[in-house]
Design a protein around this ligand. Structure first.
Ligand SMILES: [Zn+2]
Ligand SMILES: [Zn+2]
Length: 174
């Protein structure tokens, strides 16, 4: 049988007491479409105990996917991996069931585990909003200057207000 890299359980030949299915699917089966931040590296990895309990095919174990992500804070690429260590699914089978294809269930589990906004590390400091410098690698003075400028602007405003207020209406602040 040509499986084309899919994860297919051979139910008819499944050993009593179950079997471990370990391996990697074909690389193109995850298919994330046009994701900006996340690209799969290789196929979906699986280590699954597959057993027949009555008329139910029970599948439990772990699925993983290696990824190259773009950090949503600093825009650097980094390698990572996502996993569902408690993957579980089941299929009702009958005497006519020879094969069960688990590829789609594994794919869904991987997709649920993907980060929406990947970060290269929790402590990533990101890019400076003003000059674009990567603040993990360098420091810039934008923050400092921005702060100075902001206070300077407030001082000007305050002076103008003070000057335009009638003397007697001015609240006592001291
Ligand atoms: Zn980062
Ligand atoms: Zn800056």
């Amino acid at each position: 049988m040509e499986t084309q890299g899919r994860l297919i359980v051979d139910v008819a030949r499944l050993a009593k007491g179950g079997e471990w299915y370990r391996g990697e699917t074909a690389a193109d089966l995850l298919d994330l479409g046009e994701s900006e931040f996340v690209a799969p590296e290789g196929g979906m990895l699986y280590a699954l105990k597959v057993e027949l309990i009555g008329s139910e095919l029970l599948v439990r174990g772990e699925v993983r996917q290696r990824l190259t992500c773009v950090c949503s804070r600093c825009a650097e690429s980094f390698a990572t991996e996502v996993a569902d260590p408690e993957f579980i699914c089941s299929h009702e089978i009958n005497a006519a069931t020879d094969y069960v294809d688990l590829t789609e269930e594994v794919r869904e589990a991987i997709i649920l585990a993907l980060p929406g906004y990947p970060v290269c590390r929790e402590s990533c400091r990101g890019l400076c909003m003003a000059c674009g410098a990567n603040l993990n690698e360098t420091t810039c003075r934008c923050h400092e200057l921005g702060k100075d400028n902001r206070w300077a602007a407030l001082d000007v405003l305050k002076t103008d207000l003070d000057a335009s207020r009638p003397k007697r209406a001015r609240p006592r602040e001291k």
